[in-house]
Design a protein around this ligand. Structure first.
Ligand code: PLP
Length: 382
């Protein structure tokens, strides 16, 4: 059968082929981002109890009122923001929430600014709704935002921009000042800002998460996306959400209903219980453990001469592989895999051109013993 033109544009081929090659070698897969921590018992038991109590049928497409309220309360607890539950849409992961948001807010051929290196799903989602990504490159190791570059990509067709904060893959955490500059820019050009804050609790050193919703100039023009996949280690539960203006949520709900109907009913209760019952120590420990893992793995990369750009958030690290043999990022990633048994993602997965040809990304959210083994192997590259 002949595939649609659309279907060819959204392949995640690099991550998949590295995973295949890694499995064939019995290697350590640091290509894929799967949070490895244990699921909090509150979350598991909350879902189990909900199943036993018969919460197994469709929920309102916007999500169960209890979870929408728990998400609104969470925004007050962590960011001192007053959100009403009607501003929240629960969807099938942040992935579903972003797709629904794009279907609701973008027209075909609208231009949308993406920061490079980008998270591949952001680009693919834009392409799948017929939007046209335009690119603003942030350079390692600081990933500093140059407002002049941002201004230079604006055209009459620019309709939105996508932020990933903390960023996958760079680990950049946007400061309040940067977000205020972005807010002023968005206001000047009347842009929507999609802000993917999936890694909001994965912060290191003195990094602080500033949600787009707390920036006055962004408050009424942003859609914040986040979810439970990473924070509760439940990537397979498919639970995420969007927070934005109630009238946008109402429109998004139509697409959410069409595509997903609703997020899994008992699992929504599990997430709500997690939000309600887990204390601050849970979130502090999450960041602490990941900082240990970051340091352990970045030390090994540095010793191996791979010049990591130290992430301040999320759990990925971009490394410079200029000195590794191979003509491009794919060959270099394969060379690392063959020599060490550690799989990474070739840099091309995060750039629309060949700017990633001397980069690879590692995901360090691995069990500590496996990470130590991976670090030992990487050191041997020296
Ligand atoms: C930046 C970012 N957003 C969203 C997701 C996916 O979230 P979900 O599992 O809620 O769809 C990921 C997963 O890797 C991610 O890195």
């Amino acid at each position: 059968m002949k595939l649609s033109q659309r279907s060819g544009t959204i392949a995640q081929s690099e991550i998949r082929s590295m995973t295949r090659a890694c499995n064939a070698l019995g290697g350590i897969n640091m290509a894929q981002g799967v949070c490895d921590l244990e699921i909090p018992s509150e979350v598991i038991n909350g879902a189990k109890t909900a199943m036993d109590k018969g919460i197994n049928i469709y929920t309102p497409t916007e999500g169960l009122p209890r979870l929408r309220k728990a998400i609104a309360d969470k925004m007050e607890r962590f960011y001192n923001l007053k959100i009403i539950p009607e501003q929240v849409l629960v969807s099938d992961g942040a992935t579903g929430a972003f797709y629904t948001a794009c279907l609701t807010l973008l027209n075909p051929l609208d231009e949308v600014i993406l920061f490079e290196p980008y998270y591949g799903y952001h680009r693919s989602t834009l392409l799948s709704v017929g939007a046209v990504p335009t690119y603003v490159r942030l350079e390692s190791p600081q990933w500093r935002l140059e407002m002049g570059v941002l201004e230079s990509v604006i055209t009459p067709k620019t309709r939105a921009m996508v932020l990933c904060n903390p960023a996958n893959p760079s680990g950049k955490v946007f400061s309040r000042e940067e977000l205020e500059e972005i807010g002023a820019f968005a206001e000047r050009h009347d842009l929507i800002v999609f802000s993917d804050e999936m890694y909001e609790h994965f912060l290191y050193d003195d990094a602080v998460h500033v949600t787009a919703l707390s920036i006055p100039s962004l408050k009424n023009r942003c859609v914040v996306l986040s979810g439970f996949s990473k924070v509760f280690s439940i990537t397979g539960w498919r639970l995420g959400y969007a927070i934005t203006a109630t009238e946008v949520i109402e429109a998004m709900a139509q697409y959410n209903d069409l595509i997903y109907v609703c997020a899994p009913a008992p699992l929504q209760i599990g997430a709500a219980v997690g939000l309600e019952e887990l204390g601050d120590e849970y979130y502090i420990e999450l960041a602490r453990i990941h900082q240990i893992k970051r340091d352990l793995f970045c030390d090994a990369l540095r010793e191996a001469g791979l010049n990591p750009s130290i992430p301040r958030g999320a759990y990925y690290v971009m490394s410079d592989v200029s000195d590794i043999m191979g003509t491009d990022d794919f060959e270099k990633a394969m060379m690392i895999l063959e020599k060490t048994g550690v799989a990474s993602v070739p840099g091309r997965a995060f750039y629309h051109d060949d700017a990633g040809k001397n980069m690879v990304r590692f995901c360090y959210s691995k069990p500590l013993d496996i990470l130590k083994e991976a670090a030992e192997r990487i050191r041997k590259l020296r």
